[in-house]
Design a binder for this molecule. Structure first.
Ligand code: ADP
Ligand code: MG
Length: 246
C-alpha cells in the first residue's frame, strides 16, 4: 500500500549549510510514527520543511503517492497534510471560538467546509472541554487548554496526515495523558500521525514506530514497542545516541 507520507533524501536549512542532512522516513497509512532526539537535532526543522515553511533543497516529500515538494503551506493543507506548531499556535488576543473559526476559514479557502456547522460535533466529541471556553480569550487559557485548542484548530479540517511538534511540552501529567489520548482517538478515525515528542515513554505507548533523529539525520527506525523495552531509552533521546552498525 502507498504510504500516507514518504520522505527520501531530504535536505533543508535556514542559511548556509543544511540542518537536515538526508532524512528518509515512511509513515504508513493509519499509523503513528514518533520522532525523538536531542534538542537541536532538527526535529522541528523537519516538520517545518514537511509543512512547506522551509523549502526543500534536495529530496522528495510524497503525500499519498503525490510529490508535494513545490506546494505552498496552504496547498499542502489542502492536499491533506496538517501541522500543529510547537509554539505561537493560537491567537492569544482572540477567543477560543474565534480561533477555531479563523483556523477553519483559512484552511478551507477555496475548498469545502466539512458539514454544515461552524464547529463539528465530531470535533466537540474529541475536545469536550472546549464549548465551555468558547468565549474565553485564548491567552487566558492554561498551557494544556491552549495546546488542546491549537490541536482542535488543526482538526477543523480533517487531514490525511497530522503532524504534531511536541504537543505535550510543558503540560501537567493530566493534560499530557489527555493529549496522547486525543492523538490516539484521532488516529482511530483513520488519520495517520507524525509526532515529535520529548516525553518518549508516553508518546511511544501510542505509537507504532519510533524514529531517533540526531544531528539532522535518522539514527534509528524501530517498532515503538521495541524501543520502549530498551533500558537506555533516556540516553538515546537525551543525546548519547549510539552509532548504528552500517
Ligand atoms: N529560524 C531559524 N534560523 C536559523 N537556525 C535555526 C532556526 N530554527 C532552528 N535553527 C537551528 O536549526 C537546528 C535544529 O533546530 P530544531 O529543528 O529546532 O531542533 P529540534 O526541534 O530537534 O530541537 C538548531 O541548530 C537551531 O539552532
Ligand atoms: Mg523542536
Amino acid at each position: 500500500m502507498t504510504d500516507a507520507l514518504n520522505v527520501t533524501g531530504l535536505r533543508a536549512g535556514y542559511g548556509e549549510g543544511d540542518i537536515l542532512r538526508g532524512i528518509g522516513l515512511a509513515l504508513p497509512e493509519g499509523k503513528v510514527v514518533t520522532i525523538i532526539g536531542p534538542n537541536g537535532s532538527g526535529k522541528s526543522t523537519l516538520i517545518k520543511t514537511l509543512a512547506g515553511l522551509l523549502p526543500v533543497r534536495q529530496g522528495e516529500i510524497v503525500l499519498r503517492g503525490k510529490n508535494v515538494n513545490t506546494l505552498s503551506p496552504p496547498g499542502r493543507v489542502k492536499a491533506g497534510l496538517s501541522y500543529v506548531p510547537q509554539e505561537y499556535n493560537v491567537f492569544r488576543n482572540l477567543t477560543v471560538l474565534e480561533n477555531l473559526k479563523i483556523a477553519q476559514e483559512f484552511m478551507t479557502v477555496g475548498g469545502a467546509v466539512r458539514g454544515s456547522k461552524a464547529i463539528s460535533d465530531e470535533l466537540i466529541e474529541l475536545f469536550p472541554e472546549l464549548p465551555s471556553k468558547f468565549k474565553a480569550l485564548a491567552g487566558n487559557l492554561s498551557g494544556g487548554q491552549r495546546q488542546m485548542l491549537a490541536f482542535a484548530c488543526t482538526l477543523t479540517v480533517w487531514p490525511a496526515v497530522l503532524m504534531l511538534d511536541e504537543p505535550s511540552a510543558g503540560l501537567s501529567p493530566k493534560y499530557m495523558a489527555d493529549i496522547f489520548d486525543t492523538v490516539k482517538k484521532v488516529n482511530g478515525k483513520g488519520v495517520s500521525v507524525l509526532m515529535i515528542e520529548q516525553n518518549a515513554i508516553e508518546a511511544l505507548r501510542i505509537s507504532d514506530t519510533c524514529i531517533v533523529m540526531a544531528n539532522g539525520q535518522v539514527r534509528m527506525t524501530a517498532p515503538a514497542g521495541e524501543v520502549l523495552g530498551m533500558k537506555d531509552l533516556h540516553s538515546l533521546y537525551l543525546g548519547d545516541v549510539k552509532e548504528e552498525a552500517a
